[in-house]
Write a protein that binds this ligand. Structure first.
Ligand code: FCB
Length: 500
């Protein structure tokens, strides 16, 4: 079912100029603040392993992230997602918070080992019941549920059988998607198959900084293909089972810039675009792997794992595309003068996550930095959204993740003031509004994240939440950015942050 178009909120509200947001203090007669259309989804996102905890409840088995966290030296401080922020038990409180914040959508992920503990065969009733309860709670609160089927927590049993480099994992994923679709499709209509398959393939099997921690460039390319195939097979399965489904995938597309205008640096952009972006966009949206990617990686593999018919299987019509964006990526032809991999914002490690492009150098983008060391640059988001709109003008878009980590502290009065995050969100929402004014068909925006949570290899050391979590007591405190975001969500108006 096609995603219904969002309607302009009021005919008296002119489209935003493609410039920056108009201050709320504008004098009478000046351009009113840019308004987002009615029906635009205002959300926040989380993922199962990062928030749920309850790692051994209801028959849930270990995922690759449980195993990775238990491997010494892989995750900061030996942190794990075993308890996380206890969303499994506190989801009602969390949905109440979302409602108080005026959110109209919540993007969560379904934990595969909770729903299908061995990665094959029948579903675990208790696992599905949790997502039924969560979905019903959201619907009762008037919040649109948006489910991600895979946010990196592969059942360990499937990894032990070979993981994403093996074709059977794609087939297992489609079966799992069908189980979840059958159970929740009557009430849940917005689906995204995979979250950031680039991270699953290239950080999981290439640089090894994410689970399962393998460092084999060919395994990474095979994983990318089987993630693509899993996506296509899952879309086909869901289409058959959930006629009302609005299906998508969430990609962390790299907004690329050459360090210099030289032909060599522009070729570095092309290489990273191939193995970072077009490796997914090509088969998913255009039914073919890019020729230049095949050429760049020919010394590693002949891609014989791609069977005839796979690209067509992968290219299923989508109702919308999810874009995750945090920071731009600046590259040069050689590593000379480049930052050490760990600081490039894309995973690090000593092994390259870029098969066929491992000589490319990564450089700090100019501008202020977040606590992750990532440059704050909303023009990258505008670049991605308008680029997609030009190439795929009929494909609605949603920003399914965007946000920033800062060193938030609870003040003496118990409040958490995070003006930097508010400024980040404001600037990026202004970029979304500009992209819409420049022709992109934007349907929603999800801040990453609703709650401070387990930030993968960084453990609990990095806070991305709109809502602060005291990890010792699980107390939730909306930060000042959450209050600001709530006002934007309620009014649809992008008013600038109030100054000190
Ligand atoms: C994205 C992930 C998400 C979160 C943010 C900060 O790459 O999808 O789970 O960790 O980064």
């Amino acid at each position: 079912m096609p995603l219904p178009p969002v309607t302009p909120s009021s005919p008296s509200t002119p489209a935003s100029p493609s410039g920056p947001a108009t201050p709320s203090t504008a004098l009478p007669g000046a351009t009113p603040p840019p308004r987002f259309p009615a029906g635009f989804l205002w959300g926040a996102a989380t993922s199962a392993y990062q928030v749920e905890g309850a790692a051994a409840e209801g028959g849930r088995t270990a995922s690759i992230w449980d195993t990775f966290c238990d491997t010494p030296g892989k995750v900061f401080g030996g942190h794990t997602g075993t308890v996380a922020v206890d969303h499994y038990h506190r989801f009602r409180e969390d949905v109440r918070l979302m409602a108080e914040l005026g959110l109209t959508a919540y993007r969560f992920s379904v934990s595969w080992p909770r729903v299908q503990p061995t990665g094959r065969g029948p579903a675990a009733r208790q696992g599905l019941d949790f997502y039924r309860r969560l979905t019903d709670e959201l619907l009762t609160a008037g919040i649109t549920p948006v489910a991600t089927l895979y946010h990196w927590d592969l059942p360990q049993e499937l990894e032990s059988a070979g993981g994403w480099p093996e074709r059977t994992t794609a087939e297992r994923f489609a079966d799992y998607a069908a189980l979840v679709g059958e159970a929740l499709g009557d009430r849940l209509h917005h689906w995204t198959t995979l979250n950031e398959p680039w991270c699953s393939a290239f950080l999981g099997y290439g640089s090894g900084v994410h689970a399962p921690g393998r460092t084999d460039p060919v395994a990474a390319l095979r994983a990318a293909h089987h993630l693509n195939l899993g996506h296509g097979l899952a879309v086909t399965a869901l289409r058959g089972l959930v006629p009302a489904a609005q299906l998508s995938v969430s990609l962390n597309l790299h907004a690329l810039r050459p360090l210099s205008p030289s032909a060599a640096d522009r070729d570095a952009v092309r290489r990273i675009d191939a193995v970072g972006n077009r490796v997914f966009l090509g088969p998913m949206l255009e039914g073919a792997y890019p020729e230049d990617l095949l050429a760049d990686t020919a010394h590693l593999t002949d891609w014989a794992f791609v069977r005839a018919g796979d690209p067509k299987e992968i290219q299923q019509p989508l109702d919308w595309l999810g874009v995750n964006y945090y920071t731009p990526t600046v590259v040069s032809a050689t590593a000379e003068g480049a930052v050490p991999a760990r600081e490039d914002g894309h995973g690090g490690g000593t092994d390259s996550p870029w098969p066929g492009a491992d000589r490319v150098g990564f450089h700090p983008a100019p501008g202020e930095r977040t606590a992750m060391g990532w440059a704050v640059d909303p023009t990258g988001l505008h670049q991605l959204l308008t680029g997609l709109a030009r190439r795929h003008p009929d494909l609605p878009l949603m920003v399914t993740e965007n946000g920033a980590s800062y060193e938030d502290e609870v003040g003496e009065d118990g409040t958490v003031d995070d003006p930097e995050r508010t400024a980040y969100l404001h600037a990026h929402l202004a970029a979304v509004r500009r992209a819409a004014a420049d022709g992109a068909d934007l349907r929603g925006y999800f801040a990453w994240s609703l709650l401070d949570n387990f930030e993968w290899a960084y453990g609990y050391a990095k806070r991305f939440g709109l809502v602060h979590v005291d990890f010792a007591t699980q107390a939730r405190t909306p930060k000042s950015s959450a209050r600001w975001y709530a006002r934007v969500a309620r009014t649809g108006e992008l008013r600038p942050p109030v100054g000190p």
